[in-house]
Structure formats: C-alpha cells, structure tokens
Design a protein around this ligand. Structure first.
Ligand code: SF4
Length: 257
C-alpha cells in the first residue's frame, strides 16, 4: 500500500474507532480498523514488555460499543452472577493483564484460584457446564475485577435472570436469551483481536480462565516471557473451535492488512 493510501486508511480508521463497532448491524470496516489498531498496540507492547495498552484499548472499545448498542432489556444487575459458574474464556493478553491484578490482591485470592482450578481442570469446554462452580474472582456475588474482567464476561448478558439461574447451574437446557448486540459484539471483537494476535505472531486462542491464570501466576516474568515469544499457555485448556477454521475469518484477515 502506498503512503497516500496508508494515510487515508489511518484517518478513516480513527474516525471509525471514535464510535467503536456498531452492534446494530454488520460492520466489516470497523472490525478491520479495530484489528489494525490492536495490532499496532501489540507491536508496541512487544517492545515495552507490557500488555496493558492493547487490553485497555480493547476494553474501552467494547464498553463504547455495548454502551451505545441501545440494548435496554437486560436482566443483568449487580449481585447477579449465574453466568460466573461456567467455563470462562480469556485470551492470553487478558489473562496476563488480570494475573498482575491478582498478584496485587494477595495470597488469599491466589489460593482461591488454585482451589477453583483443582475442581475445574478436569473438565473441558464441552463438559464444564455440567459442573457449575463459581469463578474464584467472585466476591459476595460481585466480580472483584469488574472493570478489568475478560471480554467474554462483558458479553455474558441476558434478558431473563430466571432462565440463567436454571441453565447456568445445570438445572435445565434452556437457551439464555442473549441480546443480538452482545452476540454480535462477541463475534466482532473476538475476530478483531484474533486477527491482531495472529498478525503479531501470537497465539490467538481463548483459554480456560482458571488454569491460564495459574500458569501466568506460576511462570516467572510471565508477561515478558509471553511477549518475547514464549508460548507459556501452549498446553493450557482452550476452546475447541479455531476461529480461523472459518473461511469468513480468513477473508477478514486478508482484507485487514
Ligand atoms: S471474571 Fe468476574 S465477571 Fe468474569 S466470571 Fe469471574 S467473577 Fe464473573
């Protein structure tokens, strides 16, 4: 791409990013703009040995999109935590970011995560929902890292808390009425971040939160090690579906760069 085109693309991207990805409709341009920005921030993170910038950007863009999505029928409120009892997915940068907070929270929290992991580590993505168990970062039914919680937790919204209370605790097979905007947000931002991670040469998978956190906490200089290319999460349980097994995701990757 020549310099003029690149300049126009950057200007266009900035205009798009100010509004975030519009979750009311399909938004391919906004997904590629977000992926390009995340890629730039990941490259800076590599140099600085610090993962915070791409994660803070991702979190603020997701908040921006969800806040302006116009979804009003949510049953979710503080103290409702049914969705915190099942498998939680998080990308490696999100795990590294949260692990730094956990270290500051003290040994008691780390112990809680180890205990939770002792219970959840034997269940994979397909079977974990049959064994509900609270996320160790829940405190009196409130997320103790709410502003820093993984992206997956931000999309876990519902229009009916009664259904959640049954379905997330293994008492029924009802489908959770997740608003379309949240499903679209999950798909769009997961894809944008996966594209950026892949382009940066990192693993783009979504890992099981408890075991990935333990791996990060038990690895010396985990953040620096991962950012310098050591895939410390390589044998941690992850979601079984590879986002790039889908041809649309591959096309998005091609059209982003
Ligand atoms: S990180 Fe927070 S929101 Fe996510 S599952 Fe754990 S307690 Fe719930």
């Amino acid at each position: 791409m020549n310099k003029g085109k690149l300049r126009r693309q950057r200007k266009n991207d900035l205009n798009i990013l100010v509004k975030g990805i519009n979750l009311q409709r399909n938004n391919p341009e906004a997904i590629t703009a977000t992926a390009r920005r995340l890629f730039s921030l990941l490259e800076i993170a590599k140099k600085e040995g610090n993962i915070d910038s791409p994660i803070k950007f991702l979190q603020s863009q997701i908040n921006l999109s969800l806040d302006s999505s116009g979804t009003t029928q949510l049953a979710c409120k503080k103290g409702c935590s049914h969705c915190c009892y099942i498998w939680v997915s998080a990308t490696a940068p999100e795990v590294l970011y949260v692990s730094k907070l956990v270290k500051k929270m003290g040994e008691k929290v780390t112990k809680k995560i180890r205990q939770a992991n002792d219970f959840t580590k034997d269940f994979d993505f397909e079977t974990r929902h049959e064994h509900p168990n609270p996320c160790p970062l829940l405190n009196d039914n409130v997320c103790s890292i709410y502003n820093s919680r993984p992206s997956a937790c931000r999309y876990a919204a519902s229009g009916n808390a009664d259904i959640c209370s049954r379905a997330y605790h293994g008492l029924s097979n009802e489908s959770i009425p997740i608003p379309t905007t949240h499903i679209r947000g999950s798909q769009a931002y997961s894809l944008a971040f996966a594209i950026a991670l892949k382009k940066s040469g990192f693993s783009y998978h979504a890992y099981e939160f408890n075991s990935a956190l333990i791996r990060a906490l038990d690895t010396k200089n985990a953040q620096k090690a991962w950012l310098s290319g050591d895939d410390i999460f390589s044998n941690v349980q992850k979601e079984t579906v590879d986002i790039f097994s889908d041809s649309t995701a591959q096309q998005f990757y091609q059209s982003t760069f």
